[in-house]
Design a protein around this ligand. Sequence first.
Ligand SMILES: Nc1ncnc2c1ncn2[C@@H]1O[C@H](COP(=O)(O)OP(=O)(O)OP(=O)(O)O)[C@@H](O)[C@H]1O
Length: 341
Amino acid sequence: MITFQNVSKTFKVGKRDVHAVQNVTLDVKKGDIFGIIGFSGAGKSTLLRLVNLLEKPTSGVIKINDTDITSLKAKQLRLQRRRIGMIFQNFNLFTSRTVAGNVAYPLKLEGTPKAEITRRTKELLEFVGLSDKADNYPEQLSGGQKQRVGIARALATNPEILICDEATSALDPETTEDILKLLKRVNQEFGITVLLITHEMNVISTICNRVAIMENGHVIEHGEVFDVFTNPSHPTTKRFIQSVNKDLPSQELLKEWRAAGDEHIYQVTFTGSATSQPLLSKISQQHNVHFNVVYGAVREIQNQLLGNLVVSFKGETTAIQNVIRELADVVDIKEVIIHES
Ligand SMILES: Nc1ncnc2c1ncn2[C@@H]1O[C@H](COP(=O)(O)OP(=O)(O)OP(=O)(O)O)[C@@H](O)[C@H]1O
């Protein structure tokens, strides 16, 4: 649906070249909720601006549905832009227009008949749950409500693609959750492909099916969200994952546990079918070993379970070693390192 082929964008700042996007090759498929994550300055916004035709790449090709958008003439460009809706971190609503006026605006620009504008506006406000706010002004709304208006306005012209530029970064966690649910409905009910940028891994794990991680203008890793979560290869990806999936307790806590007699502490990670079986208790019992889950969580990512537990085993050392060996056949298990000092 959207393909980037060796796309680069270089800005000239005085005599200096800033390589904002470097040699990016990516394929966003129809129906994806595709997340691009990276720290500040990684090149995410520039990549979005290339898709919504606000910038032209220095080199490379960007195609939407097989049309090379970098070579479009002004009129085709305007038509193509209508196929893309956009929402923003700061909502970008017209403060002098009502909620209904904001949603109606893109339809007015298109010359849509008045009765149709009224019908569509009503329908969209219902969809985002703001029918009762139609006559309010943006300043009378909460952040989450403003973003709902932004979403309704972006959907007005029936886009194929919705671009979300840090759409939840200004919102509290609960409101973020609501907006992400709404974006998922946009994707599922209307079949709209969603391309979002964020610096929060939580956003990626909650709604995206595919992700690309950017650093210094490069895509350093990309793939299915579950695969990237369970098997990250780049250190930056690992940092992002640890931000939502703090996998180990602090060294202070580990030292306390060791001082209190916990000598065999292991980290167990498992996915898919291993989550549905009582493997730990079954194998431990067979060897007369006791265990205690001291830390961790099981998370749901893309409808699959990913478990990460820190477990303290008690029993005879050889029996514990046997348990570890057997567990290693079915889950990923490694001893937790406790540093001396
Ligand atoms: N119009 C521009 N002129 C010059 N340099 C630019 C321009 N736009 C972006 N850059 C530079 O390109 C690099 C990537 O910026 P970009 O805004 O795409 O990153 P980002 O990942 O979106 O960061 P943030 O999360 O802070 O918005 C940065 O070094 C930035 O300073």
